[in-house]
Each structure stands twice: as structure tokens, then as C-alpha cells.
Design a protein around this ligand. Sequence first.
Ligand code: PHE
Ligand code: ZN
Ligand code: ZN
Ligand code: ZN
Length: 270
Amino acid sequence: ALGVILYNQIPGTVISTPTLGAENIGLLIPTGIIPLEVATAWIPRLAAGETLTVKLLVDAIAEERETWNVISETKAGDPDKVIMLGAHLDSVLAGPGINDDGSGTAALLELMGSVKKYRGFPHKIRFAWWAAEEAGLIGSTYYAEHLSEAEADKIKFYFNYDMIGSPYPKFEISKSDNSGVGSELLDNFLTAAGKNVTYGEFDGRSDYVGFSELGIPIATLFTGEGENDPCYHQACDNLDNINWDAITINTKAAANALGTLALSLDGVPA
Ligand code: PHE
Ligand code: ZN
Ligand code: ZN
Ligand code: ZN
């Protein structure tokens, strides 16, 4: 049987044509989930631009699994002033997810290794490798929703790194209104490195959402999908799908912003 790639495989999830769009017709793959005749019937309708809302009945194949966020923080540093960073550990079923989000995962590992060598930061640094982002931001939302008000207040900034090594990268920052110097540090570093920094809107599609709900200052880097990453959510999102210059400069920008805020929160609105 042929099927269509399922982006959010949650039983009963409703996905509409922006996800299952005509541009995805080339992505028909064997999954055994959607019968061939159904998938085939969609093709001309999607190609004709018709809007289909599809209720996926995936209960039969969905299985429950336990999964974990991995969280690590510096021992030293004021526990009342936490700088937090996140990237997601999971990928879609269709592929290995090296740019999405092995790139952010690797960046955080690199930053953790550097942070361990320097014990002089007055603020605490907390790394989060999130579970189940692709299934609907499950790990990060769980974490944010289970923080007490006191714990949430201690998180002074959240950086989200989801897809920072796209093969044809843009250098896009998104930020909360109260991001202050946090996003400016990323911008200044990338601009000084000769990158053309652009700004995107928060569209609710990555692990900053739970932090946004709490009003925590946020900045994110994103190098793009589509023309920026033709292998987005596909089997070819493998090690060849990384622009090494982009992931390196973005990781350095992230390090610069992290180190600066871990020393001083000057310029970050309270
Ligand atoms: N979070 C999306 C995904 O994992 C991709 C994305 C990253 C979208 C950043 C917007 C901003 O598929
Ligand atoms: Zn993804
Ligand atoms: Zn992602
Ligand atoms: Zn301080």
C-alpha cells in the first residue's frame, strides 16, 4: 500500500492541505497507513487546489510510548537566574532528522562542553533536549506547564535552536517582545560574520511555545525549510544535509549570546 507522510501521528489528528498540499504529492511513500486508492484519489483534487481536511484514523497503528526530556544544568550559578536553551531530540518517522533537529541538539552539546570548562558564570545555565517535538511539542510543553510559578520566574531567558544547519541557509531570528539584548546578541554576531540576518514571526511550530505562554524572554535561530532545506522531514535529512558553515557560525552566535547573558542580564527586560 502507498500512503502519505504523516506529520503528526496522533490518533484523530486533523491535518489540512497546508500540510498535505499538492507540493507533497511527490512525497508519497509506503507506510501502509492510508490505502492506495484513498491516497491516489487525493492527488488530482489536491493538484486542482481543492482544500481537503483529512481526519486521519491512525489509532490502529499508533502505539503509546514513554519518552524523556533530557535536562542538564550547571552546578554553579545563581539558581534564581537561569539561562535556558532547548533543541529537540526526536525526528519524524520519515527520516533521521539531522538538520531537524540534530543540528540544534549538537549545538547544545557543544555549548555544554564549553560551559564546563569555565566555572565563572554567575548565572545558572540549563540545557534541555526535548522529547516528542514532532508529535506536537509534547516534551517542552509538558516541562513548561509543570513549572511552578516560582520556578518559571527563575528562568530569565530561553533560546530555541531548531534547524540551524539548513543546506541553503537563511539566518532567521524570531524573538519575543521582551527579548531585549538576547536577540540583538545573535543578530550582532551573525551580522559581524557577514550573514544577512532576517526576522521571522513566532508561528507556534517549535519548542518555545510553552515558554512564550509563561512570558519568558525568547530568541530563536532558524535556517529554514523548503528552498532552504529540500530534505526537510524526508529520508534525505541525513549528515549530507548540513551546511557546516551555517551550523558552525550559528553555534558560535549561540555561545556568544549564552555567555553574555550568563554573565549579565543587563538589557534583558525583567
Ligand atoms: N519545528 C518545525 C519542525 O520540527 C520546524 C520549524 C523550526 C518551524 C523552527 C519553524 C521554526 O518540523
Ligand atoms: Zn520537524
Ligand atoms: Zn524541528
Ligand atoms: Zn546578574
